[in-house]
Design a binder for this molecule. Structure first.
Ligand code: SF4
Length: 497
């Protein structure tokens, strides 16, 4: 059984899994267990298929073998339809509506070896309604549901006691957006003042950063680097992706950070976003130079650093960009080489700006897996038979192996690697995941895609946490609602002083 975010398009692995579950696992795993238990008690009627049929009929589990995919002569999908009675046409995601009832993990496993993220992670809320158009995580986990400050405090306390870890990560898609993040950070910093326990947030939105928060988080620890993700180099492109951050916002934020003692800022960007030109990507370099300039000015020091990290954009199912053609890897590489050259050749900044990016080829294969259909399963199998393992690690990844497998396995189909990746889709095309329901209204997604492409400049969408609902469809479809604080509660000291 597969789950997690990638299960929102499990079609490329449909031949290798019995079932996929969409959305939050906490409650549905119990419902599944119940079905399995009943089936066993009754003497396993129908064998494996009998059990899968029961799970499929429950409406909450997608069993690919009970659906037939029919193709048009040009390779697009004509229809996906159930091939058994009692199996629903659409499968819906699960949404847990009270995260406080699920304060897990309570007893985290502690590995014997040192791991990369050696910290106790507490998910402080789920979902994000900022509406970044590239972001699958934000789209498929709507609506926003916060954990309360008191549950977070209890989870941190229990997690530290039971695991022995001394770093706590307060995780979510945009942690500084929690309605009580200030009180949470201060409360935890007070509780663990003078101990070895340190707190961290993942990357912070430029517009949500504030010094008090950053100070609280670094009270017990080092003042390490700060990470922001403007994602798009130019203001125009940030509007296209609905990341409402201006260059001035960013400069103001980094100025605050540098003047309060931070020396390092890390900035994340993407290359290959829809409508992007060379010029948009070159703006990343200009922005980084302005960041360094500002840092030197406000701190009066020369040892200011800015690391620019760039990933290739891969269009994802269930997002407004699901219809977009992906940029080919040759153009991605050429654009990034040009940017690197312009940063390196400017002696005033070359040593202060770190530059990290990967070549575009892995992104093309990610694109194949991201929006592929069942025919891609043959390619995956061929790569595996040819020795492909751990392809996410660059030292094991072979683009050639994938390209050859695509050519061989798709030779009799009217489709190929380009067809899956660089091709624009239109509104009428049946997408491989259209029968899997993340709650988002398809028409809304399409309109949002058109808003991104508006020739008069992209139209932006606000965050429905603080503005009226803009009808993305999730809440009525899933019978859910936004749950945010503030609760007004405080974290009390752990022991009476
Ligand atoms: S349905 Fe409305 S309130 Fe709910 S997530 Fe979508 S836009 Fe926000």
């Amino acid at each position: 059984m597969a789950g997690g975010h990638a299960a929102f398009n499990p079609e490329p692995v449909a031949d290798f899994v019995d079932a996929a579950v969409l959305g939050d696992g906490e409650e549905v795993v119990l419902a599944i267990t119940e079905v399995v238990r009943e089936w066993k008690t009754e003497g396993r009627p129908g064998g494996r298929d009998g059990l899968l049929l029961r799970l499929a009929a429950s409406g909450g589990v997608y069993v690919p073998r009970f659906y037939d995919v029919d193709y048009l002569p040009d390779g697009r999908i004509r229809a996906v339809a159930p091939n058994r009675d009692g199996v629903p046409w659409r499968i819906h995601k699960h949404t847990v509506m009270d995260l406080d009832s699920w304060p897990y993990p309570k007893n985290p496993l502690v590995p014997l070896a040192e791991t990369v993220h050696e910290r106790y992670s507490v998910e402080i809320f789920r979902g994000c309604t900022r509406g970044c158009r590239f972001c699958q995580a934000g789209m498929i986990t709507r609506p926003v549901r916060e954990r309360s400050i008191t549950t977070i405090g209890d989870m941190v306390q229990g997690g530290i006691e039971r695991s022995g870890l001394d770093e706590v990560g307060l995780l979510s898609l945009s942690s500084a957006d929690h309605s009580e993040i200030g009180a949470i950070a201060k409360g935890l910093a007070d509780r663990y003042d003078g101990t070895n326990v340190s707190l961290s947030l993942p990357s912070t939105r430029v517009d949500a950063f504030n010094v008090t928060l950053a100070d609280e988080l670094s009270r017990n620890g080092r003042r390490s680097g700060l990470t922001f993700a403007p994602e798009g180099g130019s203001e125009r492109l940030r509007k296209v992706i609905n990341k409402m951050v201006t260059e001035d916002d960013l400069i103001r934020t980094v100025a605050t950070a540098y003047s309060h003692g931070w020396r390092q800022v890390k900035l994340y960007f993407m290359c290959g976003l829809p409508t992007e030109t060379d010029e948009d990507v070159m703006q990343i370099g200009e922005l980084a130079k302005r960041v360094i300039e500002t840092g030197r000015e406000v701190s009066g020091r020369r040892d200011i650093r800015c690391t620019v990290s760039i990933g290739g954009f891969v269009p994802k199912p269930h997002t407004p960009f699901q219809w977009a053609g992906q940029l080919d890897h040759e153009t991605t590489d050429a654009r990034l080489a040009k940017l690197r050259e312009s940063v390196r050749s400017d002696k005033r900044y070359a040593r202060a700006i770190g530059f990290r990016y990967h070549d575009g080829k892995p992104g093309t294969i990610e694109g194949l897996l991201s929006r592929g259909d069942r025919r891609v399963g043959r390619v995956i199998e061929a790569v595996w038979r040819d020795g492909g393992r751990f392809d996410g690690w660059s030292e094991h990844f072979s683009y050639e192996r994938w390209a050859v497998a695509c050519e061989r396995e798709l030779a009799r189909e009217p489709v190929d690697l380009d067809w899956y990746t660089t091709r624009d889709r239109d509104v009428d095309e049946v997408l491989p995941w259209d029968h899997l329901d993340a709650g988002l209204d398809r028409d809304w997604l399409w309109e949002d895609w058109q808003d991104a492409l508006d020739p008069d400049g992209a139209v932006e969408v606000e965050d429905c946490r603080w503005t009226p609902c803009f009808d993305c469809g999730v809440c009525p479809q899933m019978d859910t609602e936004i749950q945010i604080g503030p609760t007004g509660k405080q974290l009390l000291p752990l022991s009476v002083v």
